[in-house]
Design a protein around this ligand. Structure first.
Ligand code: NAD
Length: 270
């Protein structure tokens, strides 16, 4: 396949800058457009220079529509309301979309699902290879063990993160629930505090830690009387997510419409 013309919205963000660096390192991607929120102080600057690279001549635009018009695939790590608007632009311009933003509500999720009937969207709360393997392993272990085994999910992220539990922790919860053939909504327990009473059999618990510059730690703990299994992934750098996003962008070019995950991109079996 020939190279991929890649656009980045939210290009001045922590992930946006890393995606531009990883796209540059990938060798088969060309940055063709980039945007930031209207009024952002970096509008008009060279997007590659802002990411610490040589100039590419791609000026940071205010108009996200121009990013979709000039790219094969757009990568979006911004905020939920903006990402939902971007799904409409992607449909309008028939551009593939890689969506890494987290923290959507159920109505916003429906909007993404509906856009995916028209264009290919790779949507994953965590784009690292290791975490996606962790999803697969979690589902497999949950399927193997009875609900005598209590499942708890513990995550830690840097102090700037605004949503909790993390999108990845929720994804791990969904993987465990699927493995057990139950609905996560019905068994999810998060934010225990005060006199909570004993743990209900079959619940999937979540605990959230925030601090420092932690890129993302996730553990899934399976506990039964007398023994415990712990599956843990630790991201040492946020570059692993950006690398996965660029891999997803390369994969998404020219695909049929549909909602895809990193399992599709990485060809993983649950
Ligand atoms: P950030 O705040 O550093 O970056 C977001 C950027 O989006 C900002 O620069 C902001 O100005 C920009 N933005 C806001 N409105 C915009 C608009 N209308 N047009 C263009 N740009 C706009 O945040 P971040 O740490 O880069 O994280 C972004 C999102 O990605 C979060 O939801 C985070 O949870 C998620 N994330 C996902 C993964 C994954 O693997 N899927 C990994 C890390 C972070």
């Amino acid at each position: 396949m020939s190279g991929v013309n890649i656009g980045v919205v939210g290009c001045a963000g922590r992930m946006g800058q890393m995606i531009i660096r990883e796209a540059d390192a990938a060798g088969n991607c060309t940055l063709t457009a980039a945007s930031e929120r209207p009024g952002h102080p970096d509008i008009g600057k060279d997007a590659s220079v802002l990411s610490g690279l040589e100039p590419s001549g791609v000026e940071i635009a205010e108009d996200a529509g121009s990013v979709f018009a000039n790219s094969d695939v757009v990568v979006d790590f911004t905020i939920p309301a903006v990402s939902v608007d971007n799904t409409s632009l992607a449909v309008q311009h028939k551009t593939a979309l890689v969506l890494g933003t987290t923290g959507f509500d159920s109505e916003q999720e429906k909007a993404i699902e509906s856009a995916a009937q028209e264009i290919p969207i790779v949507w994953a709360p965590n784009m690292s290879l290791g975490v996606n393997l962790l999803f697969a392993l979690t589902q497999k272990v949950a399927r193997t063990l009875s609900d005598d085994w209590d499942i708890e999910i513990v995550e830690m992220h840097h102090k700037h993160k605004v949503d909790a539990p993390s999108g990845t922790a929720l994804g791990l919860g969904r993987a465990a629930a699927e493995g057990r053939n139950v609905d996560l909504e019905k068994v999810m327990q998060s934010g225990r505090h005060g006199h909570t009473g004993a743990r209900r059999k079959g619940d999937i618990g979540f605990a959230t830690l925030r601090g420092g510059d932690v890129a993302g730690d996730h553990s899934v703990i399976f506990a039964v009387e007398g023994e415990r299994i712990e599956l843990t992934h630790k991201a040492g750098t946020r570059a692993v997510f950006a690398r996965g996003a660029v891999r997803a962008a390369t994969w998404a070019k020219g695909r049929d419409a549909g909602l895809y995950t990193m399992f599709d991109v990485l060809d993983l079996d649950a």
